[in-house]
Design a protein around this ligand. Structure first.
Ligand SMILES: Nc1nc2c(c(=O)[nH]1)N[C@H]1C(S)=C(S)[C@@H](COP(=O)(O)OP(=O)(O)OC[C@H]3O[C@@H](n4cnc5c(=O)[nH]c(N)nc54)[C@H](O)[C@@H]3O)O[C@H]1N2
Ligand SMILES: Nc1nc2c(c(=O)[nH]1)N[C@H]1C(S)=C(S)[C@@H](COP(=O)(O)OP(=O)(O)OC[C@H]3O[C@@H](n4cnc5c(=O)[nH]c(N)nc54)[C@H](O)[C@@H]3O)O[C@H]1N2
Ligand SMILES: [Mo]
Length: 762
């Protein structure tokens, strides 16, 4: 592997710029007219009036493209002309933008110069237009032909000493078709090194649920919301991250459901909501969403959920029939709950006993309860235990396989669930490998591969020579940015298949390729005509997505055609017909149908309006495909505190103006923070104790197993957050999250529980 002298000053994190912060009162109402005007304003600025109008009319329509914003499902029956939300509109506009990152920009600016710009600047340069290469001795990217790029990849694959020196990352926007081929390429190379964004996201949910209900997915359909009498939203901020979920919650409320929010912050969407697409709802005060808010301490959910289970057990109103017939481990579970004391529950959760008792009684009397959660639960050391505690609470009331009830992990990326379904797994089942071999003729390895954390560790040990990414921004999305950068710089060739410029294009291996691809909104013309792709949403509905805009550049290729270009250059058509695949994506779908259970009649069913539901045994028939055929109550000990005395427990969240590492703007409108992202939300009493005022700049130091990590200059923002907790934005704060700090079992970085100390003001 070559040495890098030319680009040693490339920055792995955006330099802390001068931010002029303005604070206002947090918003009390989500949605409303402001959401509509913001989405159009942003759309028109990026994509122009006509394209905005045209695309916003086709998003999430049966014949349109799947919104790249999030994995929340679309209503089955009637769909309005505008089935979108403010943040979906922004996600569309960043892709449909008229701006372009041309070869001229790369010629003008060195990689090092680009790295001095912030992440928003990188994204705002527009869509990538040409394949580009960065040679080992060069400071600038230059143009390369597709053929030469594919040859470079093929040479690198052939040069591997061991197939496990290759790592193929996937981000969850990739279609089922492209993801299936991506997994196949990895396995023909001979590795299961398929780290995925979900390793940093809902891995804890999949890991926890598959062990206790036999399937790693949620068990509700969208229509269940309107049938439910109790919906718990825990560790999730739907107002910013799944705005269309507020519609489902508002409808459930109107049908009589109670909504309980469990969150260290009082997030705007859980207060009042005005439907941005219903004129009547825009007037007046909007619908009140949450009936109860339990302001749990960060990482205090294990205690709180045990408290809720305790109350339900004490009321005696449990579903004995369900428990007896479908579960095991109840006795041990009930005995263990009895030993947990209220003193522990209250001090660990930060919630008063009477509040837990009141909500616990309401839960006990619910006949149809749904529990929704997202990153607030999945990114802690004890995440798997907490999610299994949620399953315990649902088991007590028999809330599986019954309309209006179930577990609802709300996924992030619009096709992250689909990618996993079609084979982006680093520990594939033998049955999958056998079926894949049979359908493709390749010989896939059975030995497990690396997830994101393990892949970074392998890179740092110099064990990875080829890193390829199907979308995403691994460098900035992962914990411990400097450690990731150090790992990546030891790789020989890094390859990014991307739509937009990001920091993973700048912090590279010895040599690097950028392969620009089409996005969802674009017309994908192949030999047999325009193609559609398919995706699976958070509720296991598989449906089609078809773009309507001309591609951002004539040089773009589809993700499918790029994977096949690599496959063909490396392996030719033996034994798998790589060259054939892009001609007609129906052929890829028929392969998926042969390999993955549940996809029978894929082509026909995916072409129907709204697509089809994948089978889901617990939901469809109270069948729990665990090793014993029973749903499992589990017992977990209570976790100790994250932070030592004098330290704070830090969570890292999204603002209202970003999509993961893509920064749209510097305002967090709902939280009342304008013009700044290097902020730290703090409790007012903590501020007083440290003699801090709003706007003061402090330094943060994280602590983990004797190691320290530092990040300077964070502006203090007073907030309604529990004492001892602070909150920052990702990706800026990722430098503080230790690579080794992961959830037990799922290996997910603990992005929501980092021990930090605060120094300053400076
Ligand atoms: N506009 C927009 N939409 C998105 C995304 C985006 O970046 N922008 N990202 C997409 C992706 S990939 C994902 S995974 C989802 C993420 O969706 P969310 O999970 O809603 O995203 P976060 O901003 O990480 O918010 C986590 C929430 O959990 C709370 N929380 C943190 N720690 C705890 C805790 O210990 N206990 C409890 N009970 N709550 C806690 C925080 O206060 C916050 O409200 O959104 C998807 N949709
Ligand atoms: N501290 C902290 N870290 C976190 C989180 C957190 O809450 N806190 N959340 C984690 C979570 S939940 C997730 S999912 C990860 C996200 O990790 P990733 O999925 O890796 O990151 P994104 O920022 O979503 O990726 C954005 C890039 O994807 C590319 N892209 C966009 N659309 C397309 C497309 O259609 N095709 C292709 N090929 N490329 C495309 C663009 O180049 C864009 O710059 O981050 C994780 N990191
Ligand atoms: Mo995610």
């Amino acid at each position: 592997m070559g040495e890098r002298h030319v680009r040693r000053d490339v920055l792995a994190i955006a330099p802390a710029g001068r931010e002029r912060m303005r604070l206002a009162k947090p918003k009390e109402v989500a949605g409303g007219l402001a959401a509509v005007t913001k989405s159009f304003r942003y759309g028109i600025a990026e994509a122009g009036l006509l394209r905005t109008w045209k695309t916003m009319r086709t998003v999430n329509r049966f014949d349109g493209y799947d919104c790249p914003g999030c994995a929340w499902p679309d209503p089955d029956g009637h769909r309005s002309g505008f089935e979108f939300c403010e943040n979906g509109a922004k996600a569309f506009a960043t892709e449909a933008t008229k701006k372009r990152v041309t070869p001229e920009l790369f010629a003008r600016m060195s990689v090092e110069e680009m790295s001095r710009k912030d992440d928003m600047w990188l994204d705002k340069q527009g869509r990538l237009t040409h394949p580009m290469v960065l040679e080992s001795d060069s400071s600038h990217y230059r143009m390369i032909s597709w053929e030469a790029a594919f040859e470079m990849v093929a040479d690198a694959i052939r040069a591997l000493d061991d197939p496990d020196e290759a790592v193929l990352y996937t981000s969850g926007r990739t279609s089922n078709e492209a993801a299936f081929l991506w997994g196949t390429l990895a396995r023909q190379i001979g590795t299961n090194n398929l780290p995925d964004c979900s390793n940093m996201c809902h891995e804890s949910s999949g890991y926890a649920l598959s062990r206790v209900i036999g399937i790693g997915k949620g068990t509700v359909k969208l229509e269940d919301f309107a049938k439910s009498d109790m919906i718990v939203v825990i560790g999730q901020n739907p107002g910013s991250n799944h705005p269309r979920m507020l519609t489902a919650l508002a409808e459930a409320k109107q049908a009589g459901a109670s909504v309980v929010s469990i969150n260290p912050l009082v997030e705007t969407g859980m207060g009042r909501f005005k439907h941005p697409q219903q004129p009547l709802s825009m007037l007046g005060r909007g619908t009140r969403i949450a009936d109860e808010h339990l302001q749990v301490r960060v990482s205090g959910d294990a205690h709180l959920l045990k408290g809720l289970c305790k109350v339900v057990l004490e009321t005696g109103s449990i579903d004995r029939e369900f428990i007896e017939e479908h579960t095991e481990g109840f006795e041990d579970f009930a005995a263990a709950i009895e030993t947990v004391t209220w003193a522990d529950i209250v001090s660990g959760s930060g919630v008063e006993q009477e509040d837990i008792e009141r909500v616990g009684k309401a839960i006990a009397s619910s006949e149809r309860m749904i529990i929704c959660w997202a990153m607030g639960l999945t990114q802690h050391r004890n995440s798997v235990a907490v999610i299994q505690e949620i399953a315990n609470l649902l088991f007590l009331g028999g809330h599986f396989g019954r309309p209006g009830a179930g577990a609802c992990p709300v996924r992030g990326h619009s096709n992250v669930q689909g990618d996993r379904t079609v084979g982006i797994v680093h520990h594939p089942k033998p049955s999958f490998i056998a079926a894949l071999n049979e359908a493709t003729g390749i010989t896939a390895p059975e030995q497990g591969g690396l997830d994101t954390v393990e892949a970074v560790k392998a890179m740092r040990k110099g064990k990875v020579s080829l890193l390829m990414a199907m979308g995403g921004n691994l460098l900035s999305a992962m914990s411990d940015t400097e450690a990731v950068a150090e790992g990546i710089s030891q790789v020989d060739l890094t390859v990014q298949i991307s739509t937009k410029l990001n920091r993973s294009h700048l912090v590279t291996g010895n040599r690097a390729l950028i392969l620009p691809c089409m996005g969802r909104t674009e017309i994908d013309e192949q030999e047999s005509g325009p193609q559609f792709v398919s995706v699976e949403n958070s509720m296991s509905v598989v449906h089609s997505s078809r773009g309507s805009l001309p591609p951002a550049s004539p040089h773009l290729r589809s993700e499918v055609s790029i994977v096949c270009g690599m496959g063909n250059a490396t392996f030719g058509d033996s034994p798998f017909a790589w060259q054939e695949q892009p001609r007609d994506y129906a052929g890829i779908r028929s392969l998926i149908e042969r390999v993955i259970p549940g996809f029978d009649d894929y082509e026909v069913r995916v072409s129907q309006d709204g697509g089809f539901h994948l089978p889901n045994a617990p939901r469809d028939g109270r069948v729990f495909p665990t090793d014993t055929g029973k749903a499992k109550f589990t017992v977990h000990s209570l976790p100790g505190p994250v932070a030592a005395a004098g330290q704070f427990t830090m969570m890292t969240v999204r603002s209202h103006d970003q999509y993961n590492t893509t920064i749209y703007g510097n305002d967090d409108r709902y939280r009342g923070i304008y013009g700044a992202r290097r902020i730290v939300l703090m409790n007012r009493d903590d501020m007083a104790r440290l003699d801090l005022s709003a706007g003061d700049e402090v330094d943060l130091t994280s602590h983990f197993e004797g190691e320290e990590r530092h990040a300077a200059r964070w502006k203090v923002v007073p907030a309604d957050i529990p004492e001892g907790n602070v909150c920052t934005y990702f990706p800026e704060a990722n430098v503080l999250i230790p690579l080794e700090s992961v959830a037990e079992g799922s290996n997910t970085p603990t992005s929501k529980s980092v021990a930090v100390s605060i120094s300053g003001p400076n």
